[in-house]
Ligand binder design. Structure first.
Ligand code: AMP
Length: 399
C-alpha cells in the first residue's frame, strides 16, 4: 500500500494540486472534455472518506496578465460537484488573500473548496517562494496529484514542498499510478521491450529515442519522422515531411542503435497522397522511393504487418506518437493496426503504456482505451520522464 493510501486524513485539510486544465467551450464555458477532472476524483474521495477536508488548486489555460473570465475555475464548480455525487463545492475567487484564507480556515471535515486559477499570479510559473508559502498556509498537508504539470518547477507543483515536512507531502493516487506505470517501463521492463515512436518531428523525439536506446530491445519509428530517416539513408521521399537539419541526427541514431544492438524498425512501405488533405488521391509506395509530387501520410500494409509482428513478441511496450495522419480517415489504417497489435500483446500478458497527446487521442478514438495496460494523462510530463529527466513535481514530494 502506498503512503497516500495508508495515511488517515481525518481532520486534516489536504491542499491538493490537481490538473484541472480542461478545455472549455469559448462562448458557453462548458467543459468539453472532463478526463482530467475525473482522474483526480479518487484522490479527493479518499481524503473525504477519511473525514478530512479538501482544498483544490489548479491552473487553467494560459492567462497573460492577471484574472480573465475565460480562464476562471469558477466554470468548473458545478461539474465538480456532479462528479462528487452532488457534494457542495465552495469556491474562493482568489487562490491567496483574505477570502481564500478565511474560507480555508473555516473548512470543516468533508467539505471541498476550489481555489481560483493559480496562474492569475505570474508568481506561480516563476516558482515564487513567497507565493508558494502563502498557498502552503491554507492546508495541513500537501498532495501533488497533477502529473500533467510535474515537469514544471512552479510554485504549487514543486516549490511549495519545502513548507511541508516529508511526512506531510504526498503523491495523490493519479500521480502514483503515472509514476508506477512509467517506472514499470523505464526500470522494470521485461524484454523484449519495444518502443513505438511516431508523430511529426524527429526533433521533438530525439531525447526520448536516445534514452530508449539504453533500455529498449526494439524501436519502431513511424509517422512523419520516419521520412527524415529515409532521406538520411539516401532515399527519395517526394514531398513527405522532412527535417533537413536532422539528417545527421537520424544517421547517428541508427549508428548508436547498431552499437547497442537495438533493432530499429522503419516502415518499408507507405500510403502516399498527392496533397495533405482528407480528399487527396492516394497510392502506396516503398518508403524510400516516393515519387515527386507525393507525400507519405501513413505506414503501408507491409510495414503495419512487420511492426505488428514485433509488437506481438514484446513483453513491454511504450507507445508515443501516431504512425500517420490518423485524424484523416484515409491515413489511419497504420495507427489502427498498431493499436490492434498493442491490444493483442497486452491480452497476452505484455505491459503496455501509451503516453503523449496524439497516441492517447488515437487509442481513445479507435476505442482501445480499455485494451492497453496504462494510458498516461500527462503528455509533456510523460515525454520528459522518458527522456530520463528528473521531474520537479516528483522530486519535490520525494526529497
Ligand atoms: P506529435 O505531436 O509529434 O506526436 O505528432 C502528431 C501529429 O503528427 C499528428 O497530428 C499527425 O497527424 C502527424 N503526422 C503523423 N504522421 C505524419 C506524416 N506522415 N506526415 C505528416 N504528419 C504526420
Amino acid at each position: 500500500m502506498s503512503k497516500f493510501s495508508n495515511y488517515n486524513f481525518a481532520n486534516q485539510k489536504a491542499l491538493i494540486r490537481v490538473d484541472f486544465n480542461v478545455p472549455l467551450d469559448k462562448t458557453t464555458f462548458a467543459i468539453t472534455d472532463d478526463t482530467r477532472m475525473k482522474a483526480a476524483i479518487p484522490t479527493i474521495q479518499k481524503v473525504l472518506n477519511d473525514g478530512g477536508s479538501v482544498i483544490l488548486m489548479s491552473h487553467l489555460g494560459r492567462p497573460k496578465e492577471g484574472p480573465e473570465e475565460k480562464y476562471s475555475l469558477s466554470h468548473l464548480v458545478k461539474h465538480l460537484s456532479e462528479l462528487l455525487n452532488g457534494k457542495t463545492v465552495l469556491f474562493a475567487n482568489d487562490c491567496i488573500g483574505e477570502q481564500a484564507t478565511l474560507t480555508a480556515s473555516m473548512l470543516k471535515a468533508g467539505e471541498v473548496l476550489l481555489l481560483e486559477n493559480l496562474r492569475f499570479y505570474k508568481e506561480e510559473e516563476k516558482g515564487d517562494e513567497a507565493f508558494a508559502e502563502k498557498l502552503s498556509k491554507l492546508g495541513d498537508v500537501w498532495v501533488n496529484d497533477a502529473f500533467g504539470t510535474a515537469h514544471r518547477a512552479h510554485a504549487s507543483t514543486a516549490v511549495i514542498a519545502k513548507f511541508f515536512s516529508k511526512e506531510k507531502r504526498f503523491f495523490g493516487l493519479l500521480m502514483e499510478a503515472e509514476v508506477n506505470a512509467a517506472e514499470q517501463v523505464l526500470h522494470k521492463a521485461q524484454k523484449p521491450f519495444t518502443a513505438i515512436i511516431g508523430g511529426a518531428k524527429v526533433s521533438d523525439k530525439i531525447l526520448i529515442i536516445e534514452n530508449l536506446l539504453e533500455k529498449a530491445t526494439d524501436i519502431i519509428i513511424g509517422g512523419g519522422m520516419a521520412y527524415t530517416f529515409m532521406k538520411a539513408q539516401g532515399g527519395s521521399i517526394g514531398n513527405s515531411l522532412c527535417e533537413d537539419d536532422r539528417l545527421s541526427t537520424a544517421l547517428e541514431i541508427l549508428e548508436k542503435a547498431k552499437q547497442k544492438n537495438v533493432q530499429i524498425h522503419l516502415p518499408e512501405d507507405s500510403v502516399i497522397a498527392d496533397k495533405f488533405a482528407a480528399d487527396a488521391n492516394t497510392n502506396t509506395a516503398t518508403s524510400n522511393a516516393i515519387p515527386d509530387g507525393w507525400m507519405g501520410l501513413d505506414i503501408g500494409s507491409k510495414a503495419a504487418a512487420h511492426f505488428s509482428e514485433v509488437i506481438k513478441k514484446s513483453k513491454t511496450i511504450l507507445w508515443n506518437g501516431p504512425m500517420g495522419v490518423f485524424e484523416m480517415e484515409k491515413f489511419q489504417s497504420g495507427t489502427k493496426a498498431i493499436a490492434v497489435a498493442v491490444a493483442a500483446s497486452t491480452e497476452n500478458g505484455a505491459f503496455s503504456l501509451v503516453g503523449g497527446g496524439d497516441s492517447v487521442a488515437a487509442v481513445n478514438q479507435f476505442g482501445f482505451n480499455n485494451k492497453v495496460s496504462y494510458i498516461s494523462t500527462g503528455g509533456g510530463a510523460m515525454l520528459e520522464y522518458f527522456e530520463g529527466k528528473v521531474l520537479p513535481g516528483i522530486a519535490a514530494v520525494n526529497e
